[in-house]
Write a protein that binds this ligand. Structure first.
Ligand code: G
Ligand code: G
Ligand code: MN
Ligand code: NA
Length: 254
């Protein structure tokens, strides 16, 4: 299989990239952190989105290699950011259930020097809902150290509310499909209001995803949503290289 061969080469070489999308406070638009989103800089096919290769990785037992690369790279990158900023890393259900997952997280934190409180792992509702004993164990080991968990795509799974009871969730991310219609569709507005109430009532952090315009941002702010992510605040993008960052500092100082 060409894709599999290519992916093995990508993992051995230097073809995978992490893009970062800002997560902001809706009250004042201050930067709170970034979500890491994987891309593959393929030598002939160009920059590939995760949909083009994550399933192939899962089916070829490359999940843990790919997941380990993402975790290590994200922790290393985030360790160089200003101290308040957190990093969100997407974790697949399969990787989370694999033996050695919690040891990997601990190693990524230790090697990078990133304080555990600055790492949030994003999982999907089905990951939480169908979590096996191994997953529950891995989660309790990493959360005991201070790493937090976010429930991604909240509201789209089979049973969002049950998922909240299965694992120690810290943050829920309201799926962008709801945000897209929140201003124009009263039934979606009611649904999002319900999700916000649920999150607040349970003492969870709530992030609205996929905010594309200021009307959506305004609606969410007025209805009590504290945090947001979306094209309106920044698209996923590579971090500036060290050289560019230094150059920017020099320019600011002058
Ligand atoms: O990055 P996009 O812009 O295309 O992301 C599409 C999907 O891929 C999202 O659901 C996101 O959660 C998932 N995804 C992005 N990066 C990673 C990653 O590093 N690991 C896993 N498991 N999923 C990821
Ligand atoms: O499932 P997850 O939330 O991890 O995926 C994030 C995905 O959402 C990525 O594919 C990212 O590129 C995409 N995304 C982020 N912000 C926006 C947005 O404002 N609009 C749309 N359409 N997609 C977004
Ligand atoms: Mn995510
Ligand atoms: Na999402």
């Amino acid at each position: 299989l060409q894709l599999e061969t290519d992916l093995r080469r990508a993992l051995d070489g230097d073809e995978l990239r992490l893009f970062y999308q800002p997560i902001v406070s809706l009250a004042d638009e201050t930067l709170l952190g970034y979500e890491a989103l994987i891309r593959w800089q393929h030598p002939t096919r160009g920059l590939l989105p995760p949909g083009a290769f994550l399933d192939a990785a899962e089916n070829n037992r490359l999940t843990s290699r790919l997941g380990a690369w993402v975790l290590r790279q994200a922790c290393t990158d985030a360790a160089g950011w200003p101290a308040g900023l957190r990093v969100h890393v997407n974790v697949s259900a399969r990787h989370l259930a694999e033996e050695g997952f919690s040891e990997l997280v601990v190693a990524a934190l230790d090697e990078s020097g990133l304080p555990p409180e600055r790492l949030e792992l994003e999982i999907t509702e089905s990951t939480a809902l169908f979590a096996a004993e191994a997953t529950l164990q891995a989660v309790s080991e990493v959360t005991a150290r201070g790493v937090t968990l976010a429930l991604d795509d909240f509201g789209t799974g089979y049973s969002a509310i049950t998922a909240l009871h299965r694992l120690p969730i810290h943050t829920v991310k309201i799926d962008r499909s709801f945000v897209a219609d929140v201003v124009t569709r009263p039934s979606t507005a009611a649904l999002v209001q319900g999700l916000l109430n649920l999150g607040q009532g349970m003492g969870l952090q709530v992030i609205a995803e996929g905010i594309e315009d200021l009307e959506q941002a305004d609606w969410l702010r007025r209805h009590g949503c504290a945090m947001a992510q979306g094209y309106a605040f920044g698209r996923p993008a590579p971090l500036p290289s060290r050289a560019e960052a230094l150059m920017a500092e020099v320019l600011v100082e002058q």
